[in-house]
Design a protein around this ligand. Structure first.
Ligand code: ADP
Ligand code: MG
Length: 663
């Protein structure tokens, strides 16, 4: 092109993976499974699917699939590959994430999708017959869906020996992956003419980044957001040009850091006028995503403040400095208390090395770790724990059941989940009426719940709303619960946000409050000005409208009756109970402090300040999710009558010997 950039073709040929093009194609041709290890940025995700296409793997209507654990990565990578191929996303290159399908049957040759979506596709097409090659990318992340997928793909290969798998990863977990694909329970298939070898091939893409100098803090930092801000300002004052990539944990602390840095840059105008400060997290509107990937103008310095999505899933060009907080948001599940939450937790050494590596893409770089060297060496865990081993497994179990895998404990897992978590999941599914005494999916309830691509508790709530005559409302609520937040971030305007929220507040709780917001949005003719005025995220509301439409379609397909309960909020609360009875909590009689206890595990728990029931403290509630800091906080709470719990799940509470009314 005429802009002084290398042509796309030149750029592609410069990537480390290009030298391995022939080897990769040869290995894929001759082996059922090829494991590819290569540094982030070496071109695995964007190039390998194109090589496969060029070699004819998408001929004859076949499709090349490439999975990612994260939705944002799916979208970003698909647009990059479409750009390289000179096509629009949704044509030869497409993507599918939950509630969003940008593919074109018969046209799309390369399809990016989340590992969760591929699992769902197996419900309709158990052998995934339309795919010639499936590349399971980011395997080192060990997300739950990736692990389930690997187990199932291994099974599929027995039935479809011509299917090729590529497992790609940024770290050397290749040995254990290879061992997993090597160990096959059934008799080894005879090696046949024309069929690939079952023995997995391993290929390592060389092409190390530049040296990265590591700096540690001398004393542990108490406020990592503040530490990020001062480190970025220091780099900007003292270091030569080059973009900065900051790793924080989630939208909250990222927005806080963006705000603080922006203020700081304004007051220090002399040196900081060249700073372009950008957030990066899932749920970011499309336009904001694009800013992150666009080249930094001359004389400017880009500061991207990201979750661990930029650790290996996405490559940002031009990064020379990395600031690593040492934390990420991680899911933890305790099967004894039955509490699952997202907590800010220390990352592993493996992650810390990945993060540092992001500074050495274009030239030697520097990484500023906001923890001490002593901590890194002696205390930071070497590896993370696979998500499978620290999650609630309700969704996982129902998916396997729906795919006809009955012996879940005997399933061929890359990393077996803890049996207690399995038992808990089976128990909840049984109480939801989704599986029967033989642990098989019930008909029709179990199959219907499995059809709805949401957490089984939400799916059951939707299903029950059909009988209770409040599906229109419940589907709205489900759509809102399935996105991150409908409110704009409150930084610097907490009071205004709280006031806005109060305008919609319903005495019953947050679910009904959501309905009020949705009604208001429709009455405003879906106006962005109305959203702005009310601290509501316009992009989120548009998404809600879309998801709601899709959920209605699914509901009709599985035979639900869609009715509105008008203003009868009692049936609506009953429907919520029918799905979320396991999350019931009771206010401690003696407590003025808002202390609740979970019925199930007697855990101490509080209503989150963002809830409209904060300080209202009704006696009985069910919650949707938890966040934990020093305490457990319930988000999205609704008041209930305890007798509904017994109605919803008599067995559950008998089994727990915790009759909530007597208790
Ligand atoms: P890997 O999967 O091995 O981590 P990728 O295939 O994602 O590597 O990226 C390879 C290269 O493609 C990157 O180093 C970068 O130069 C370029 N690239 C990837 N995504 C984008 C994008 N959205 N915008 C610009 N360049 C990109
Ligand atoms: Mg990649």
């Amino acid at each position: 092109s005429g802009y002084g950039y290398a042509s796309i073709e030149k750029q592609r040929q410069r990537l480390p993976v290009y030298k391995y093009r022939t080897s990769i194609l040869y290995l894929v041709e001759t082996h059922a499974t090829t494991i590819i290890v290569g540094e982030t940025g070496s071109g695995k995700t964007t190039q390998i699917p194109q090589y496969l296409k060029e070699a004819g793997w998408a001929d004859g209507g076949r499709v090349i699939a490439c999975t990612q654990p994260r939705r944002l990565a799916v979208q970003a990578v698909a647009s990059r590959v479409a750009e390289e191929m000179g096509v629009k996303v949704g044509e030869e290159v497409g993507y599918t994430i939950r509630f969003e399908d940008l593919t074109n049957k018969g046209v799309t040759m390369i399809k990016f999708l989340t590992d969760g979506v591929l699992l769902r596709e197996m419900m309709d097409d158990p052998l995934l017959t339309k795919y010639s090659v499936i590349m399971v990318d980011e395997a080192h992340e060990r997300s739950i869906s990736t692990d389930i997928l690997l187990g199932l793909l291994k099974k599929i290969q027995r039935r479809r020996p011509e299917l090729r798998l590529i497992i790609s990863s940024a770290t050397i977990e290749a040995k254990s992956m290879s061992a997993f694909f090597q160990a096959r329970k059934s008799r080894h298939r005879m090696e046949c003419e024309g069929l690939p070898k079952m023995e997995p091939a391993i290929l390592s893409v060389e092409g190390r980044g530049f040296n990265v100098q590591i700096h540690y803090v001398e004393e542990p930092v108490s406020d990592y957001v503040q530490a990020v801000v001062s480190t970025v300002m220091l780099i900007n004052d003292q270091e030569p040009p080059g973009d900065i990539l900051v790793f924080l944990t989630g939208q909250d602390d990222i927005d806080a850091a963006v705000q603080l840095l922006t203020e700081e840059a304004r007051t220090n105008r002399k040196n900081s006028s060249g700073l372009i400060i950008l957030p990066l997290y899932s749920g970011l509107p499309r336009a904001d995503q694009e800013l992150v990937f666009s080249p930094t103008p001359r004389g400017k310095r880009k500061v991207v403040i990201s979750t661990n999505i930029a650790e290996t899933s996405l490559t940002l060009e031009g990064v020379v400095y990395v600031v690593d907080s040492g934390f990420s948001k991680q899911r933890f599940y305790n099967p004894i208390s039955d509490i699952e939450n997202l907590v800010v937790a220390p990352i592993s050494k493996a992650s810390a090395r990945q993060r540092a590596g992001r500074a050495g893409r274009v030239r030697p770089g520097k990484c500023y770790r906001l923890y001490t060297e002593e901590y890194f060496v002696n205390e930071m865990p070497a590896e993370g724990i696979p998500e499978m081993q620290r999650s609630n497994l309700v969704s996982c179990v129902i998916q396997l059941k729906a795919l006809g895998i009955d012996n879940i404990l005997g399933f061929d897992w890359p990393a077996p989940p803890p049996p207690e978590a399995m038992i808990r999941a089976v128990e909840v599914l049984y109480s939801l009426g989704v599986i029967d005494d033989d642990a098989k999916l019930t008909s029709p309830t179990g199959f219907q719940v499995a059809e709805i691509p949401l957490d089984p508790m939400i799916s059951k709530m939707i299903l029950s709303s059909s009988e209770l005559g409040c599906s229109e409302e419940i589907i709205t609520i489900a759509a809102i619960l399935s996105i991150q937040s409908i409110w704009v971030s409150s930084r610097g305007a907490q009071r205004e946000l709280d006031e806005a929220r109060l305008r919609f507040a319903a005495a019953e709780g947050d679910h009904v409050t959501f309905l009020n917001v949705y009604k208001g949005f429709l009455q405003s003719s879906k106006s962005s000005r109305w959203c702005h005025k009310n601290f509501i995220n316009y992009q989120s509301m548009k998404k809600v409208v879309e998801i709601r439409e899709q959920l209605r379609r699914i509901a009709l397909r599985i035979g639900m009756v869609l009715k509105s309960c008008e203003s009868d909020m009692q049936v609506l609360r009953k429907a919520v109970c029918a799905g979320f009875f396991a999350n019931a909590c009771r206010l401690e009689a003696s407590s003025q402090s808002g202390l609740y206890k979970t019925i199930r595990g007697s855990q101490e728990i509080y209503i989150h300040p963002s809830s409209v029931l904060f300080r209202v403290n009704p006696k009985w509630i069910v919650y949707h999710s938890l966040v934990s800091t020093d305490r457990h906080y319930m988000r999205n709470v609704i008041s209930i009558d305890p007798s509904w719990l017994l109605e919803a799940a008599p067995h559950f509470y008998q089994h727990q010997r915790l009759n909530p009314i007597v208790h």
